[in-house]
Design a binder for this molecule. Structure first.
Ligand code: SF4
Length: 653
């Protein structure tokens, strides 16, 4: 892998590397990356999806490597970590206080107010201890609402030259450190902002390593998603209230009320056309926000207080205005050529506590990535899960890369090879950046260390919670394993149902997501072998519990996106409209990735043994089952519950 990464850096070709847990993949890319940076006097960016991996790189791998490589490179390589401004404590805001925020129903609850007050007080205390101001270093963490009181977005920041605390600013210090570093560790969100939004937030770099690359498309999609809510409009109006004519600010507040009333009449879900009243309400918001921006006028040489108020107002106003414009233009092209998907979330029928929101997200980010991420530099993408259905092409197409040259398509180790689904937009393959792929395999002997149990005899999962047969099967498996089970469920409702049922039937401690913070639950699960941990599949992708505390991973159903998921359903439809198989391309790919991630929780060290049990019989019987199975590690497979229970009992005797 290290040689392949060095070659990619040298030739400028992109590289996708699948490297199983325990291969040492971070060292395999860090060594050639550091050498390139020092020898060429360049900067390399390494991007991760999770804080856990960021910590591993910055606290463990890089300090050791920098020392070890120092005699070979002639000097010790420098590294730094850089995140979005929102992740750092803003000392200016801490001292001047936060402006009035969007109304939050929780704030009327006196307990919530005092809890937040305590958190903000803790943040003040922490501000004099912390050296970095990095939110991730605050343990235990604080609520999003409390953090908002002491942080600013890039648009809200006064700018180092105007800010009276600019010289001590944590975010500025992190940026300065990153500017001097050979290698900068960041997250996918900042990488996406740097690549997509047209203003550089990372130091200039010629190589990017995307670790945990299986998550790249989702993170980039999040960055490219915008939301318009009546609350945000009201907050923008309040923020500019004292800075512009009252009448102009009132017009915006009224536009927010109008949007609220219009949204309240509409059901949540995807919008294929913008209903006329909604189009009218959004246009009124757009015009009122524009009038406020114009009234604010160009930046003047105000005092710091005036400048701060103006910046804060402008940040919200521009966001409201730009989102309204984007929402209105999303519907202009003919349906098959549209770039964005629009939907109403929250409100009636879904979540009564959240106000309705209009959201807009790109149908595909492949084109953006191809042009802005892969265009100007060498990119190495790596993860333990990059082949789906036995090939790299499925994810490569989502990244906007063309199909790989034939010899590198096959991923060794997959159970069977299946035809990959077509492009995520369904468009025909086009020439694009050159890339190669490599599967360095896994140090684990999957067929000997793990069993894949497909419960073919069970009924198909229903809509009304887990069928009784699933609960019986789950209880029998957990009993045979003596606890030690990670239950990965398709919904919180199913996780809670299974938790309650097993707490009644078994003496083992059953922990459930939400009982406590995820990190504490995982710690408790890892420390006490008979304990089980149940939760939803998406939240447990980062669980790393080697040893006998985890010998059984159970998944209740194939994790397809919900049929009413607006983005997935729009993507499916776009593929189908171009003659592709929308279900296989979008839903099955999504499920394959989550299944592979879930199954990957089982073997974390060389001596691990155990079972991955999938209760949904469609994995064994459905037409698309072959594609999904080919995305899983090559475990020995059985349909026989007796064989599995006997194996689970044997493991610990
Ligand atoms: S420069 Fe920006 S982020 Fe830093 S303290 Fe000042 S306002 Fe806050």
């Amino acid at each position: 892998m290290a040689e392949a990464v060095a070659r990619a850096i040298r030739t400028g070709e992109h590289l996708a590397v699948q490297a199983g847990t325990g291969t040492g993949k971070s060292l395999a890319y860090l060594v050639p990356a550091l050498r390139h940076a020092v020898v060429e006097d360049a900067t390399v960016v390494v991007s991760t999806a999770t804080i856990a991996l960021q910590r591993q790189l910055v606290d463990r791998d890089l300090p050791r490597l920098a020392k070890a490589l120092s005699p070979l490179l002639g000097r010790e390589p420098r590294f730094a970590i850089l995140k979005g401004r929102r992740n750092y404590l803003c000392l200016h805001r801490l001292h001047t206080g936060a402006p009035e925020e969007p109304e939050d129903p929780g704030l009327f609850d006196p307990f919530a107010v005092s809890a937040m007050g305590r958190q903000v007080k803790r943040l003040h205390e922490w501000s004099s201890d912390t050296e970095t101001g990095d939110r991730d270093e605050l343990v235990p963490g604080v609520s999003e609402q409390a953090w908002r009181q002491v942080s600013v977005t890039a648009k809200e920041c006064l700018g180092v030259s105007r800010c009276p605390i600019g010289v001590d600013c944590f975010a500025e210090r992190a940026r300065a450190e990153a500017g001097k570093a050979d290698l900068v560790v960041t997250n996918h969100a900042l990488l996406a902002i740097d690549a997509l939004e047209g203003y550089p937030v990372l130091p200039e770099h010629d190589v990017v390593v995307v670790d945990e690359a299986h998550d790249l498309v989702d993170r980039v999609t999040s960055v490219a998603t915008a939301e318009l809510t009546p609350n945000a409009v009201a907050a923008a109006a309040r923020r500019c209230g004292r800075l512009v004519d009252e009448e102009i600010a009132d017009r915006l507040a009224e536009a927010g009320d109008g949007l609220h009333l219009t949204l309240a009449e509409l059901a949540p879900g995807r919008l294929d056309d913008l209903p006329t009243p909604l189009a009218g309400a959004v246009a009124v918001v757009r015009d009122a926000a524009h009038a406020c921006v114009t009234a604010l006028g160009p930046e003047r040489k105000e005092d710091v207080e005036g400048s701060t108020a103006r910046k804060l107002a402008l940040a919200l106003l521009e966001e409201v205005h730009d989102t309204a414009v984007r929402l209105l233009t999303a519907f202009e092209p003919p349906e098959q050529d549209r770039y964005d998907v629009v939907w109403i979330s929250g409100g009636v029928g879904q979540d009564h506590t959240r106000p309705s929101a209009l959201r807009v997200a790109p149908l595909s980010v492949g084109g953006l990535l191809r042009e802005r991420l892969f265009g100007p530099r060498s990119v190495v993408l790596t993860s333990a899960t990059l082949t789906l259905g036995g090939t790299f092409d499925t994810l490569a197409r989502q990244w906007g890369l063309p199909p790989a040259p034939a010899p590198s398509r096959r991923a060794p180790g997959a159970a069977t090879e299946k035809e990959p689904p077509a492009d995520d937009t369904g468009s025909p393959a086009v020439d694009g950046p050159k890339w190669t792929s490599l599967d360095v395999g896994s140090p684990f002997d999957h067929p000997r260390s793990g069993i894949l149990y497909l419960a073919r005899h069970l009924p198909q999962p229903g809509r009304d919670g887990l069928p009784p047969q699933y609960l019986d099967e789950l209880a029998e498996l957990v009993e045979a394993a003596g606890g030690r089970a990670l239950g990965l469920f398709s919904s919180m409702r199913a996780a809670k149902q299974a938790t309650e049922a097993l707490r009644e039937r078994l003496p083992n401690t059953i922990l459930c997501q939400g009982d406590d913070s995820t990190s504490l639950l995982v710690k408790q699960f890892a420390e006490d072998e008979p304990t089980c941990l149940f939760g939803t599949l998406s939240l447990w992708q980062g669980v790393d519990v080697p040893g006998p505390a985890l010998q059984l991973v159970v998944m209740d159903r194939i994790p397809f996106p919900r049929p009413d998921d607006p983005l997935a359903s729009a993507r499916q439809r776009a593929v189908a409209a171009r003659g592709g198989n929308g279900f296989l391309t979008v839903a099955a790919t999504h499920a394959a990735l989550l299944l592979a991630q879930g199954a990957g929780r089982l073997l974390r060290s060389m001596n691990d043994r155990g079972v991955v049990a999938i209760l949904d019989p469609r994995l064994a019987t459905a037409r698309y089952g072959g594609f999904l199975r080919a995305s899983l590690p090559p475990f020995w497979t059985t349909h026989d519950p007796e064989v599995v229970r006997a194996a689970l009992r044997r493991i610990n005797t």
